[in-house]
Design a protein around this ligand. Structure first.
Ligand code: IPM
Ligand code: MG
Length: 361
C-alpha cells in the first residue's frame, strides 16, 4: 500500500525529530509492506522566512489532500527571534492554530503513560507511582479561549485586553463522544474537567457531557474542577483513565501530565477530525535552545508517527511494532539526556532513531 504523508518539520528541533520519525516509519514500511510518500510543507517560522506568513492557503490545501500530516514543532525564542517582532497573527504559533482550525482537528488525543523503565525519571515518590499509570488526555482543540474573539482596546487612557471563551453544545458533544469512545476501549472511566463553579461555558460543558454519558452506560463519568485536577495529577495520577477537557485546560494539564511521566520528550499526540484524517505531533515545543545539537529526544515524535499509522492508516501491526521497539530501546538502557538516569547509556537524537529503527527490522 502507498500513502501520502504531508510533513511539517517546522522550527527548532522539529527537523531533527521528524527525520528520526521518518527513519522509523520507513523501517516499519519495509517490514510490513507499505510505502509512505512524503511531501515537505512549510509552517511556522520556516514559512515566515520564505512567505512572510506562518501558513499559506496552498500549504493548508496540500495538507488536506494528504492521508495524514506528520509534524515536528514550530516557534522560536520569543526574546531573540525576529518572528516575534511581527504582530501576533503573523507569528509561528498562529500557523499551528490556523491549520488546526482549517482542517477541523477538534479532538486532540494526548496519551500519558509511565514506562516501567522510566520510573527513575518520574519526579513523584515511589508510593505514588506504584505500578505506574496510563491516561489519555482528550483536549478540545478548535474552540474556547484560543479561538474566541480577542482584542486590545484603550479606555480612559488605559489599555484593556479581552479574550472570549465560547463553546456551543455541538462542539462539546462531539469531543465528549470521542472521549467516551476511547474510554470504552480502555478502563471505562471519563473524568470531565471544568470550572463549573465559576464559568458558564463549563456549566454547559458539564450538562452536555452528562447527556452524552447516557449513551455510554458501561463508562463511569466523574466531574472534576480544573484546579483540583491539577492537584490530583501529582497526588494520585493512577485514578485517571480518560481526562476530557476544553482547549486551554487541556493545554495546561497535558504539560503537567507529561512531566509526571518523566519527560515531555515522551508525550505524543494526535489531532483528529470527524474522518480518519489527522495531524500527528509531539506535545512538546521547538526547544530552540537545543536545536541542531543532536540532544533532542525524538521519542514523542516517533510515538506520534505510530499513532498516525494506527488512527489514519489502519496499520495497527506496524504501530504496535514501533511502540514495542521504543519500549525495547528503553529496556536496553538507552536514553537521551532528558530521561537519562544512572547506569544507562546516553545517546543523541540520531542514534536514538537508529536504535528504534533497528529493533523494528
Ligand atoms: C500545544 C502548544 C500550542 C498550544 C502552542 C504552541 C500554541 O502549547 O500544542 O500544547 O497551546 O496549543
Ligand atoms: Mg501546550
Amino acid at each position: 500500500m502507498n500513502y501520502n504523508i504531508a510533513v511539517i518539520a517546522g522550527d527548532g528541533i522539529g527537523p531533527e525529530i521528524v527525520r528520526e520519525a521518518r527513519k522509523v516509519l520507513d523501517a516499519a514500511g519495509a517490514k510490513y509492506g507499505f510505502t509512505l510518500h512524503y511531501t515537505d510543507l512549510l509552517m511556522g517560522g520556516a514559512s515566515i522566512d520564505v512567505h512572510g506568513i506562518p501558513l499559506t492557503d496552498e500549504t493548508i490545501e496540500a495538507a488536506r489532500k494528504s492521508d495524514a500530516v506528520l509534524m515536528g514543532s514550530i516557534g522560536g525564542d520569543a526574546k531573540t527571534s525576529p518572528w516575534y517582532q511581527l504582530p501576533p497573527e503573523k507569528r509561528p504559533e498562529a500557523g499551528l492554530l490556523k491549520i488546526r482550525k482549517s482542517l477541523n482537528l477538534f479532538a486532540n488525543v494526548r496519551p500519558a503513560y509511565l514506562y516501567e523503565e522510566l520510573k527513575g525519571a518520574c519526579p513523584l515518590k515511589d508510593e505514588i507511582i506504584g505500578d505506574g499509570f496510563d491516561m489519555v488526555i482528550m483536549r478540545e482543540l478548535t474552540g474556547g479561549l484560543y479561538f474566541g474573539e480577542r482584542k486590545t482596546v484603550e479606555e480612559n487612557g488605559e489599555k484593556k485586553a479581552i479574550d472570549t471563551l465560547t463553546y456551543s453544545e455541538g462542539e462539546i458533544r462531539r469531543i465528549a463522544k470521542r472521549a467516551f469512545d476511547i474510554a470504552r476501549k480502555r478502563r471505562k472511566k471519563v473524568t470531565s474537567v471544568d470550572k463549573a463553579n465559576v464559568l458558564d461555558s463549563s456549566r454547559l460543558w458539564r450538562s452536555v457531557v452528562e447527556e452524552v454519558a447516557k449513551d455510554y452506560e458501561d463508562v463511569t463519568l466523574e466531574h472534576m474542577l480544573v484546579d483540583n485536577c491539577a492537584m490530583q495529577l501529582v497526588r494520585d495520577p493512577k485514578q485517571f483513565d480518560v481526562i476530557l477537557t476544553e482547549n486551554m485546560f487541556g493545554d495546561i494539564l497535558s504539560d503537567e501530565a507529561s512531566m509526571v511521566t518523566g519527560s515531555i520528550g515522551m508525550l505524543s499526540s494526535a489531532s483528529l477530525n470527524e474522518t480518519k484524517f489527522g495531524l500527528y505531533e509531539p506535545s512538546h515545543g521547538s526547544a530552540p535552545d537545543i536545536a541542531g545539537k543532536d540532544l533532542a529526544n525524538p521519542i514523542a515524535t516517533i510515538l506520534s508517527a505510530a499513532m498516525m499509522l494506527r488512527y489514519s492508516l489502519d496499520l495497527d501491526e506496524a504501530a504496535d511494532a514501533i511502540e514495542a521497539a521504543v519500549k525495547q530501546v528503553l529496556k536496553d538502557g538507552f536514553r537521551t539526556g532528558d530521561i537519562m538516569s544512572e547506569g544507562c547509556t546516553q545517546v543523541g537524537t540520531a542514534k536514538m532513531g537508529d536504535l528504534i529503527a533497528e529493533r523494528i527490522r
